[in-house]
Design a binder for this molecule. Sequence first.
Ligand code: CP
Ligand code: NVA
Length: 307
Amino acid sequence: MKHFLSIYDCPREELDRIFAVTADLRARLRRGEAFTPLQGKSVALIFEKPSTRTRLSFEVGCYQLGAQPLFLSSSTTQMGRGEPIKDMARVMSGYCHAVMIRTFAQSALEEFARWGSIPVINGLTDLLHPCQVLADLQTVVDHFGGYTGKKVAWIGDGNNMANSWLNAAAKLPLDLSLACPPGYKPDPAIFERTKKEARGKIVLTEDPFVAAADADVVTTDVWTSMGNEGQEDKRRRAFGRYQVNAALMAKAKPGAIFLHCLPAHRGEEVTEEVIESPASFVWDEAENRLHVQKAIMVLLLKPEAEG
Ligand code: CP
Ligand code: NVA
């Protein structure tokens, strides 16, 4: 693995390796065992959008692995004044050993990867949020003992999370049903590619009850993502039917779990009742961001440390 820009770039064996390393790093941490294979390494964390979980989990993850995290925002660096990505990439490659980027265009990450000589990790773009979907999959593996044959129901916006779930379904044998309102479907190219390549069943519907039927995992996200500010009212009207509530969860399999990447807007995409129910694994999911991202950093920077 040279970069981590998209789940689609990872064959199944590589994804399984990430899950195995994640479980190992988590077990070491829980045993209180120090494991610092990234000592002497510096990891830049570039944020052009806000973050709570991604920033914290990468900073803490770097610290636990012995690396130095360096938080950079566009407003306090020359990025905000228009320094070209290709220049930043070459300068930062001289100081740092890896970079995580949260930004708008996926092409910005690709450009950084092309010009720089250090691994680039996708910390969210308008198109994809691959670290989050890996954490979600890890939560599925932890809870069900595996992902094979599981049915995931995506309810709501065909956004960066939905696209990353499609990429996961292109690589792993799981069923994915997405319920999205008209005008808010996932990226058409990613959807078509997944339809062609997936081993599981891929369904795109406008009916949330069709998507949720017999699902093992019901998952959703905010109706208005970062970058879509100003569209809240229009989106509230379009997404009214796409709330994960008790009636929708009742359509899923008995024992189904609820996931949400957070932050959540209770009363919009999910009810208080569902997110606070025993079926909700959102806190484990959020914690898994830390463990999964540590695994990605170790596999990019020091794979031999993990045998
Ligand atoms: N889920 C997620 O990426 O959260 P943040 O926006 O807080 O980083
Ligand atoms: N789809 C959301 C995810 C936030 C973690 C956004 O892009 O804002």
